[in-house]
Design a protein around this ligand. Sequence first.
Ligand SMILES: Cc1ncc(COP(=O)(O)O)c(C=O)c1O
Length: 378
Amino acid sequence: MNLFDVYPLNNIEIVKAAGSTVWDAEGQEYLDLYGGHAVISIGHTHPHYVKRVTDQLNKVGFYSNSVKIPLQVELAEKLGKVSGKPDYQLFLCNSGAEANENALKLASFYNGRKKVIAFKGAFHGRTSLAVSATDNPKIIAPVNETDNIVFLPHNDEAALEQAFASFGNEVTAVIIEGIQGVGGIKEASVPFLQKIRSLCDQYNALYIADSVQCGYGRTGKFYSHDEAGVDADVYTMAKGMGNGFPVAGISISPKFKPWHGMLGTTFGGNHLACAAALAVLEIMDQDQLMKNAAEIGTYLITELKKIEGVTEVRGRGLMIGIELPESLSNVKKDLLFKHHIFTGEAKPNVIRLLPALNLTKDQADQFLNQFKIALNQR
Ligand SMILES: Cc1ncc(COP(=O)(O)O)c(C=O)c1O
């Protein structure tokens, strides 16, 4: 049996990892500033994480949501506290797309409506409704095409007001990333997020904050949307939540009343997933990783902005986009194969940095030095 060939692969096999360092099968060391799509939040193979997951595996790895799982309650309490929303409710699932899918369903259950407002450049995942709300026709299969999603220009308050004025009573939810990731590290402006909040209140629509990539402390705030000082009705999260263990969730405002069977999943919230997620929050708390993300992120952004030849530097904390001119389109590949640094990309020519939240200043400096060399070699 062959693999279904959907991924363009780099010819590298990672066999060992620790913190923000990974090693390939030839023993070559790399600095990991990508964490495999923003997933590694507390660093690879963190000893506390490895121990907590291993200990749990030796007790019980999985049982379904037909029995009490006290680890879920522990996780909800800890997450409520760390995220600053102790009165919200937690539903656990397995991936970012599933989190958004459930958030959109929940909104529609709540107000009985069908129309979703999403934005140009958005990425919300690949399941049915999440992909329909994703601004990339190439990955939307005919069966996922729907008139229920309306795409508006990003950060355009007038267009949003106009949309609500013309069909606001049909809108179930507005879904938005605090900072677009796949779209190229583009921040939602504070006034725009505030406008979403006030229009949703006015029209009884729901504000869904997709925090799958920009959340979980990456920007220095637990949810990057909180920069705007207003609460969303639902926050979706995944990626950094399990530091590599597939676990996701939605944090749901108290205004939603659950009923049995409303949402559900086989794997979501299993013992191992909860142990992984708890280990992440414990380290984030103990080592003040959100503070570190803010500090190292600010340092990196400040230094990157000084570098000649860079078109623009965007982002907050450790979610950084470096836009380069077309003439420097090979820099990302050079960083990986010549300088042994993993970074991400966004079209057309943006380097994305999404490292672990405990990246050190030395590692940041290592990147800055190598990046300057890579630019000058082009
Ligand atoms: C903002 C955002 N939402 C949702 C998703 C989908 O997450 P997953 O791949 O875990 O389904 C992603 C993945 O990149 C994302 O960046």
